[in-house]
Every structure is written in C-alpha cells, then in structure tokens.
Design a protein around this ligand. Structure first.
Ligand code: T3D
Length: 271
C-alpha cells in the first residue's frame, strides 16, 4: 500500500495527506476497494482531522484516490470490521466512526468534500459531514445501509434530513437507490457539479481560495449556522451579537476595512 507523509511528519498507510499553503488535502487512499473504510483508515483519518485543527491550516479538502470517493465500511472480509475490533457494532461505531465525524464537524474552518466518484454508506456520511460538496459529474451517492440490513450511522441521520428534509431522507434511506451528480445537486446534496476532466484541480482551486479567506469570519459564520436549527430566535440573535463582537476585533476585519478604503483586494491572514 502506498504511504504518504503529512505536514506533521506522520507516515499514513491509508490516506494521502498534503499541505498546500494553508490548505490541507486529505485523500482516502484504498482505491482498489473504492476507499472502503477499515479501522486503520478511520484511526488515521481521525488523526489527520484532529491535526487539521492547527491554526496554520485554514481549509480542508477531503477526497478519494482513484475512481471512488468512499464505498463505506469495508465488507471484503465478508462482514463488517467489527470482528477486527473484537467488540460489537455499537462499540465499533462509537470508538472508530463517531470520533472521525466529531473531528470533522468540530473544525472551525471550511471543510470541502471533493466527491470524485461514488460515495456509499458511511462514505456518503463523511461527505455530508463536510461543509460543502463539490461533485464531479462522475460522482454518485447511495446510502447503502438498508441494502445490507443496517440502520444509519456516522452522522447520516443528523445531516441528511437537514439537507434534504425528513421525508426525502426516508425515501433515500429506505430505497438505498443511487443518485447521480445532477440529482444530488438538485436535492441539495452538493453545491456544484464540475467536469470530471480536471476535477481535482478545480476542487483544489476552490478550496485554496477559501483557505486564503477570512478564516475567523468563516469560523463564526459556521458556528452561527450550525447552531441555528436548535436555537430560538432570541438565542440566535444573542449568538449573532456575541460572535459579531468577536469578529469585529479580528485582524482580518481591520484588514477588510483598510482594503475597502484603499480600493484593493484584502489580504486575509486568518487572525
Ligand atoms: O461496524 C461497522 O463498520 C458499521 C458501519 C457500517 C457503515 C456502512 O458504511 S454500511 C455500507 C457499506 N457499503 C456498502 O454497502 C457499499 C458496497 N458497495 C457497493 O454497493 C458498490 O461497490 C458501489 C455502489 C459502492 C460501487 O459500485 P461499482 O459498480 O461502481 O463498483 P464495484 O465493481 O461494485 O466495486 C469495485 C471494487 O470495489 C470491487 O472489487 P473487485 O471486484 O474489483 O475486486 C468491490 O468488491 C470493491 N468494493 C466496493 N465496495 C466495497 C468494496 N470492497 C469492500 N468494501 C466495500 N464497501
């Protein structure tokens, strides 16, 4: 298996991790099985995502090597990785899947999924836990879980109804049917469909622009929108007032004002 060195000097066996300025690119790297998830991969991904909390990283791009994004739990041993974990499935989900999702959702910076191919089961969950999804025209989604008699996991039951509404979420979960990129876009599961030719470069360009943006502003916008569905109007207005106060004390806000006065593009440093 190919290994890859991260900006933090860790030698990954199942990921490719590359620092490109302030952008951290993480690619799932088991292309022969469409990047299906093993416990080793989940542990490595958790480590890479926790490392991405570093202030020097100002955006994260998650993708898959080869023709797939991620085919969900690795079924090649004829079953789930639970045997490998030596426990039951609840324990596997809590110990291996949930920390990855928590690390992904906790990042106070833009996290973009570049969905280069099929995303199934928990692989789709990972894509939906990102802030935005750029879809190659060859991308596809399938929940997959019910097709093998499972329930949802890896935050699918949290993110999916928020993105598409509860009834559509049920329809997609019951059927496990495959959505192509255009239908996924129409349902709100992606923000942009890009040509498969040059997809990786276009997605990197998109993410790099975000990594050079006002990271402090982005972090607070992300927190406001994440809190919104569970808040009353009063609580949300209070949150807006507090986070706007914080944003107004950042260097990036001062730079934004200076650049406006000087009629030039701002140079944000994420501070
Ligand atoms: O304890 C726990 O882990 C609980 C957590 C569970 C969470 C879950 O994710 S459950 C859902 C698990 N995933 C699936 O059920 C998806 C299974 N795969 C598929 O349905 C299809 O492969 C796809 C729709 C994803 C892609 O179809 P297609 O036709 O483009 O490709 P393919 O030919 O089926 O797959 C290509 C290769 O990848 C093939 O290997 P081969 O024949 O070339 O040697 C196939 O076996 C392998 N592969 C695909 N998915 C998986 C996989 N190998 C291991 N695990 C997989 N999930």
């Amino acid at each position: 298996m190919r290994s890859s060195m991260s900006a933090y000097g860790y030698d990954y066996r199942t990921l490719r991790v590359v620092r490109d300025g302030a952008l951290l690119q993480i690619s799932l790297n088991r292309p022969q099985v469409l990047n299906a998830l093993t416990l080793e991969l989940l542990l490595e991904l958790r480590g890479a995502l926790e490392g991405a909390a570093d202030d020097e990283v100002r955006a994260v791009l998650l993708s898959g090597e080869g023709r797939g994004f991620c085919a969900g739990a690795d079924l090649s041993a004829g079953g789930l990785a639970v045997a490998e974990a030596g426990g039951d499935v609840t324990e596997t989900v809590e110990r291996f899947y949930n920390p990855v999702v928590r690390a992904l959702l906790a990042l106070r910076k833009p996290v973009i999924a570049a969905v280069n191919g099929v995303a199934a089961g928990a692989g789709m969950s990972l894509a939906l836990a990102c802030d935005l999804r750029l879809l190659s025209e060859e991308a596809a989604f399938t929940l997959g879980f019910s097709r093998i008699g499972l329930a949802l996991d890896a935050s699918m039951s949290y993110t999916l109804p928020r993105l598409v509404g509860p009834a559509r979420a049920l329809e997609l979960a019951y059927s496990g049917r495959k959505l192509d990129a255009r239908e996924a876009l129409a349902l709100g599961l992606g923000e942009l469909v890009l040509s498969a030719d040059g997809f990786a470069a276009a997605a990197t360009e998109f993410a790099r622009a975000l990594s050079e943006g006002p990271t402090q502003s982005f972090a607070r916008i992300k927190a406001q929108l994440a809190a919104s569905p569970g808040n009353t109007l009063g609580a949300q207005l209070a949150l807006e007032a507090r986070l706007q106060g914080e944003a107004s004390r950042t260097e990036d806000f001062a730079e934004g004002l200076r650049a406006f006065a000087e009629k030039r593009p701002p140079i944000f440093r994420g501070r």
